[in-house]
Ligand binder design. Structure first.
Ligand SMILES: [Zn+2]
Ligand SMILES: [Zn+2]
Length: 273
């Protein structure tokens, strides 16, 4: 199983980091987790395309995690020539979000249907709203879910994906919590969105300071990884985004608490497990 970090950015625009998303490739099963800014471009870089997707999993409805879902829907529709259904799973609220996206796309859908005989109907999407604890199969991959803690954003859901003895936990934006522990227990890779608490605390801006109460810091992610026996910790969605010469410092801070492999995500970093 390959876990490709298709976007390692945050809401803060960065020329080198697309918005948050990850692509899991397990045999012929491709699963996208979240759909941040630029995701379709990075999927192409990862050797995939929306038309190859067996499913899309959404952790929560913060805009940085879903703002390019409309591009996934449209590109899937056009490149499959209207012959495939895009399956989407997410927290309660995802069905209405997708329905409203479809309304926003109505002019485009009309133009393309008028112009291409192959497109005889609007994009086919099949949306499932999840409750924490739900589990299901997508192709060859077993998916389990748990509630995460990102209040006031509610509900939020993290994912554990298992295939052929390999396990990846991709949990989205969250404080450390029981749900994350459950998902990441003994995982081959635990992917966590993080902030650098020490740096953010020193930035004299209230809106920046607000993020402290609903994200894991680097130290907390490392403590979680150690507590649950994860084999690798991959950091993504880093705030503030580090330059490569700062990676050793980020790794050292995590390594004080976790002895497994620590990966600082770049766009298209691929973790094979
Ligand atoms: Zn968020
Ligand atoms: Zn986020």
């Amino acid at each position: 199983m390959d876990v490709v970090l298709t976007g390692t950015g945050s809401p803060i625009p960065d020329p080198n980091r697309a918005g948050p998303s990850a692509l899991v490739k397990a045999g012929d099963t491709h699963i996208l987790i979240d759909a941040g800014r630029g995701v379709v471009m990075r999927m192409a870089g990862a050797g995939s395309l929306p038309a190859f997707l067996s499913g899309v999993l959404i952790t929560h409805l913060h805009s940085d995690h879903v703002c390019a879902l409309n591009d996934v829907i449209t590109t899937h529709w056009v490149m499959s020539q209207g012959n495939a259904t895009l399956r989407i799973w997410g927290p309660v609220g995802i069905a209405e979000f997708v329905e409203r996206q479809m309304h926003a796309l109505e002019p485009d859908i009309g133009y393309r249907m008028a112009h291409h005989e192959e497109l005889s109907e609007p994009p086919r999407v099949d949306v499932t709203e999840l409750e924490p604890g739900d589990s299901f199969e997508i192709g060859e991959v077993r998916v389990t879910t748990a509630a995460t803690e990102h209040a006031p954003v509610r509900p939020t859901i993290g994912f554990r994906l298992e295939h052929d003895g390999a396990t990846a936990a991709i949990v989205g934006d969250t404080l450390p919590c029981d749900g994350v522990d459950e998902l990441a227990r003994d995982a081959d890779v635990y992917v966590q969105t993080v902030i650098r608490r020490d740096i953010v605390e020193a930035i004299p801006n209230e809106m920046i300071q607000d993020i402290l109460d609903y994200h894991s810091g680097v130290v907390e992610a490392a403590q979680t990884a150690a507590r649950v026996g994860a084999r690798r910790l991959a950091l993504t969605h880093m705030v503030p985004s580090p330059a490569p010469d700062q990676y050793p410092d980020w790794i050292a801070r995590a390594a004080d608490h976790f002895t497994g492999e620590i990966i600082i995500g770049d766009d298209l970093t691929t973790i094979t497990i």
